[in-house]
Design a protein around this ligand. Structure first.
Ligand code: PLP
Length: 464
């Protein structure tokens, strides 16, 4: 049997200056999962990527989602997680449907909105929570810290709710989440506390990053569960295999195009890894909203973050410097740090051959929702519409006519006002969202201030 996979930091070769020291060691999956990020503030990357054979992928056809999950995770986690426990965790995490809906011809929407919080983040969060439960130190409480611009937090909170030995703190920007998202976050309860910040998502993300870097909080065993944790990335490779296997006709070398509406780039990174594991992805389409730093980089060759980030309809993608860009750069031979400074540029030509990215305005997003509903009877919400419009852009420019799948990352019922305004209908709530109005719970209110946040964390968690 091969050795367990080791994980390195994206900053390993980087002179950080200012006394920063690059982390040149490697760690196990368990360490990467519990540490969240590397001591040099880089992101963990697997040194080796297991390859799945075309036959193994084809054998997923007609099989339930848990089989794809098992195939992917058992390859990555061999020698790290006991196979029987992993099997149980997979079956427990993926107990909901993963529908593929035909829009027209060979073009499909993959609905990742049937989990407990009706967002694709359930897929990663539920698996990661179970992996942390399996791999946490037996005698210590683990404190999970998350910054969210909307759906991450509730998915993570719900995923960890009631997991013994784990406390969860969720920061969200007070004015950048919808009323429904706020309700979802504030009312999870038990071991999960929401903190409402008077600031932007970037402030929340920075407060979390500062807390991790703060030696005075070391005793608290802080760990991240947002999109920088590799435990969040790994489960996001699974649905690409599942979707391909269900749709492929079984011809040798048959390719697929995925369109992934992108904010922090964790979801798209899952697709990039799936391709490197052997999935025949012809093109990874990564549309963004008006936070257009990445498509601009692909077009011009120079990277400039959008600061402050722009508030768009697809609010879970309001990110001016995607945290997982560091991983994309690394995979293509470059280095960018968490502030958005590029230390080495990646092979942009290679990226352009494999990745198509385009910025979609709010106006185009709305028009797409309306047009796709009226023409095809398929209901999209703003994130899914950005994905679909990005796919159309690729198809127009490339003339490709084969298999393609655009990801619908949230349930349309999460955007009732927009859907009503555009289409004059009230989307039906999925079962997971019914009863939300009756739930109760209050957030803690804090300013965007690192010192205030440090004191709060210390007071709340030191007893645990
Ligand atoms: C988080 C989120 C995205 C963006 O995913 P990233 O992995 O951050 O790129 C898209 N749509 C929805 C609904 C989300 O919650």
């Amino acid at each position: 049997m091969s050795m367990p996979i080791r994980y390195y930091s994206t900053n390993r070769d980087t002179d950080l200056g200012g006394g920063g020291k690059a982390f040149r060691e490697t760690v196990s999956f368990r360490e990467a999962l519990l540490m969240g990020q590397a001591p040099d503030e880089g992101l963990f990357m697997p040194e080796r990527i297991p390859i799945l054979s075309p036959a193994a992928i084809a054998a997923l056809k007609g099989r339930p989602y848990v089989e794809a999950a098992w195939l992917v995770l058992s390859g990555f986690l061999a020698g790290e997680v006991d196979p029987d426990s992993l099997r149980r965790a997979v079956e427990d995490a993926y107990n909901f449907a993963v529908p593929l809906e035909r829009v027209a011809g060979t073009r499909f929407v993959l609905r990742l909105d049937q989990g407990p919080t009706a967002s694709f983040k359930d897929f990663a969060a539920r698996m990661m929570a179970r992996l942390m439960g399996l791999l946490r130190p037996a005698d210590k409480c683990l404190n999970v810290l998350v910054a969210t611009s909307g759906d991450t937090g509730s998915a993570v909170g719900e995923a960890f709710k009631g997991v013994p030995g784990i406390e969860v703190t969720i920061l969200y920007p007070r004015d950048e989440v919808s009323a429904r998202q706020r309700k979802q976050l504030d009312t999870i309860g038990q071991n999960v506390q929401a903190v409402s910040i008077a600031g932007k998502f970037d402030d929340c993300q920075n407060m979390v990053k500062q807390a991790f870097a703060d030696p005075s909080l070391a005793e608290l065993n802080l760990t991240s569960a947002n999109s920088i944790n590799f435990g969040r990335i790994l489960p996001q490779t699974i649905y690409y295999f599942h979707a391909y296997a269900q749709l492929a006709r079984g011809e040798a070398g048959e390719e697929i195009v995925f369109s992934v509406p992108s904010g922090n780039f964790g979801n798209a990174l899952g697709c990039e890894y799936a391709r490197r594991m052997g999935l025949p992805v012809r093109m990874l389409v990564m549309p963004t909203n008006e936070n257009d730093e990445f498509p601009r980089f692909l077009a011009t060759g120079s990277y400039e973050k959008v600061s402050p980030s722009r508030a768009c309809l697809s609010n879970a993608m309001n990110v001016g410097h995607p945290s997982n860009l560091a991983r994309f750069f690394d995979l293509y031979g470059g280095t960018v740090d968490r502030n958005g400074s590029v230390h080495r540029y990646p092979d942009r030509e290679e990226m352009r051959r494999r990745i198509h990215s385009v910025s979609i305005t709010d106006e185009e997003t709305k028009r797409t929702i309306k047009r796709i509903y009226e023409t095809h009877g398929v209901l999209l919400e703003p994130h899914g519409a950005v994905g679909w419009r990005g796919l159309e852009d690729y198809l127009e420019k490339s003339g490709y006519g084969g298999l393609c799948v655009s990801l619908e990352t949230a349930h349309p019922a999460k955007f009732p006002a927009e859907i009503r305004e555009l289409l004059g209908i009230d989307p039906e709530l999925p079962p997971s969202m019914q009863g939300l109005d009756a739930r109760t719970g209050e957030p803690v209110l804090l300013p965007a201030d690192n010192d205030v946040f440090r004191t709060y964390l210390w007071e709340r968690l030191k007893r645990s």
